[in-house]
Design a protein around this ligand. Structure first.
Ligand code: NCD
Length: 356
């Protein structure tokens, strides 16, 4: 059975396939109308969402399927003390595919262990958001005609921005892409991610005006207030990166401006009328690519997924936000999956530890 929990669950070929099918759906939506007839999708959102939840629900509706959904934890048995695994396993008895968003890192991987229907991670804390990445890839492909040979700026809260984590992982699988990170001092790329990428493709340049003339894609992000331990630091840096009409004069003529949304103030409304602004097109692309994803996961139920076998085990992960610190887990495996160093990663939240 195939899930989409981390973007690395898909090979480059699979990413290309989903993007291509998403592209076809965007051009011929009528042809896909009945493909999920008789199937039920469950959406379980333990964290706020507008776009992702609606986009999955619209996608399933447009494929002719049906939906059951939970949007408020207080309405579920989790509020009676039920474990997350039991809640999700129960939902799996009613549905053919599940979409889940949860505030804890590694939560999707954790519940997938008890499910026998495909699971889609719609965001696990500050860890990953692979379906936003499919949205972003489809947008880049439509707008730039390629997913390789790109210079990409990632701006804002790179530490907590799960969309950035999944996007950088995905784009690093394609040839000759380079990444420019512009972020406040303490909101840079998490070490686990930095250590898993080719260092020659990474550039850290906090001055946005220096980055803009170099890049084909500008990926703006919101400072993720809800994930800060120190709210004073949030207030100090929250307005550090604002893309306005004046800054846009530094960007290339054929650059594209992206944002996973919601925006707070990091792109001024004046930029919306610039033809390079693509963030609302991104929203629509998200629905098409999620239609493609649903089809892929539902049609390939017998695909074998090879799991990494780790050889370092702990009872809890050292990341305090990891799901293993909130739910019962027998052992946490740390797998070695990175070609650039000897580090091991928590199989749920990707926290790194050095080799013992
Ligand atoms: C993002 C998320 O939830 O991570 N939103 C989305 O899904 N489009 C970005 C954000 O909340 O800043």
């Amino acid at each position: 059975m195939k899930n989409l929990i981390e973007i690395n669950d898909f090979s480059v070929e699979e990413l290309k396939d989903v993007v291509k099918v998403g592209c076809d759906i965007s051009e011929n939506p009528g042809e896909y109308m009945d493909r999920m007839k008789g199937k039920v999708m469950a959406t379980l959102f333990f964290e706020p969402s507008t776009r992702t939840k609606f986009s999955f629900e619209a996608a399933m509706n447009r494929l002719g399927g049906k939906l059951i959904s939970l949007s408020e934890v207080k309405n579920s048995s989790v509020s009676k003390g039920e474990s997350l695994k039991d809640t999700v396993k129960t939902v799996g008895c009613y549905s053919d595919i599940i979409v889940m968003r949860h505030p804890h890192e590694g939560a999707a991987k954790f519940v997938s262990e008890v499910l026998d229907v495909p699971l889609i991670n719609a965001g696990d804390g500050g860890h990953e958001h692979p379906t936003q990445t499919l949205t972003d890839l489809l947008t880049i492909y439509i707008e730039k005609g390629r997913l390789d040979n790109l210079d990409i700026a990632l701006v804002g809260d790179i530490k907590h921005g799960r969309t950035v984590h999944s996007l950088v992982k995905a784009l690093s699988k394609f040839e000759n892409n380079r990444f420019y990170f512009a972020s406040p001092k303490h909101l840079g790329l998490p070490n686990y991610l930095k250590n898993s990428l080719d260092p020659e493709t990474l550039f850290f340049e906090p001055d946005l005006e220096k980055v803009l003339p170099k890049v084909d894609v500008v990926y703006m992000t919101r400072i993720q207030r809800e994930r800060f331990d120190d709210i004073n630091y949030y207030n100090e840096i929250k307005d550090d990166y604002i893309l306005d009409e004046e800054k846009m004069t530094f960007a290339k003529e054929d650059a594209i401006i992206m944002h996973p949304l919601p925006r707070v103030n990091e792109i001024t409304v004046g930029v919306d009328k610039d033809p390079r602004a693509k963030y609302f097109k991104q929203v629509k692309n998200g629905m098409y690519v999620r239609m493609a994803l649903i089809l892929k996961l539902m049609n390939e139920l017998d695909l074998n997924v090879v799991e990494d076998k780790g050889d370092i085990k702990y009872s809890k992960c050292i990341n305090p936000k990891c799901i293993t610190n909130f739910e019962t887990v027998e052992q946490v495996e740390f797998n070695q999956s990175c070609p650039y160093n000897d580090n091991y990663h928590c199989k749920y939240c990707s926290q790194t530890i050095g080799k013992e």
